[in-house]
Write a protein that binds this ligand. Structure first.
Ligand SMILES: [Zn+2]
Ligand SMILES: [Zn+2]
Ligand SMILES: [Zn+2]
Ligand SMILES: [Zn+2]
Length: 193
């Protein structure tokens, strides 16, 4: 999945666009045969379905792919991209390398994870106004109670199976003893066991 071309500042060369997602190349790889370049994630998904270059349909196998040329990586390295939350007033302009990390922590990201000051639970920022510490903590306690109940149940199952095994063993011992007492041959075998 590439970088949204709408947020890139200035002109983008066509060779820096992934033909699969039509955005700017992210972690680009290049075919050693036809030199077409794709986002690594995009072409890996594509090759699950087809072993063909999506541009010229020539044969394309995983072994044909290599990291993009230094020239291409340098060109990508010079691109600048606005934060996708610039609509929410984030003023930052970033290099492609810094983009993903920033989006996760951007304070203008409505889904950014923040900590509730009362219960210290981590919640998406946009859910904080509706966040109710008591309800959330009760949910956690209930989840844990369910987990404990499940564990107890499976422990019970093990004990029951163990009980069956012991009874089987006892039965075999009685059976063997009975056989031994009726057959001299088995008596000897039994002694060897
Ligand atoms: Zn792509
Ligand atoms: Zn190609
Ligand atoms: Zn931002
Ligand atoms: Zn809370």
């Amino acid at each position: 999945m590439g970088f949204d071309i709408n947020y890139i500042i200035g002109h983008v060369d066509e060779e820096l666009i992934c033909p699969i997602c039509t955005d700017v190349l992210e972690t680009p790889v290049q075919s050693l045969h036809c030199e077409h370049a794709f986002c690594r994630v995009c072409i890996e998904k594509w090759m699950l379905l087809k072993k063909q270059c999506p541009v010229d349909r020539s044969e394309l196998l995983p072994s044909h792919l290599a990291p993009a040329s230094r020239l291409m990586r340098n060109m990508l390295g010079r691109l600048q991209i606005r934060c996708p939350f610039s609509e929410n007033d984030c003023p930052l302009i970033l290099s492609l390398d810094d983009y993903r990390a920033h989006v996760l922590i951007c304070q203008f990201n409505p889904k950014a994870i923040v900590e509730c000051k009362n219960c210290l639970m981590k919640v998406p920022k946009d859910e904080l106004p509706d966040h109710n510490c008591i309800i959330e903590l009760r949910k956690i306690v209930q989840d844990q109670a369910t987990e404990i109940a499940v564990l107890k149940h499976s422990q019970g199952d093990h004990e029951i199976r163990f009980g069956y095994k012991i009874r089987d063993l006892e039965f075999l011992q009685y059976y063997l003893a009975a056989l031994r007492s009726t057959s001299p041959f088995l008596r000897n075998v039994g002694n060897q066991l």
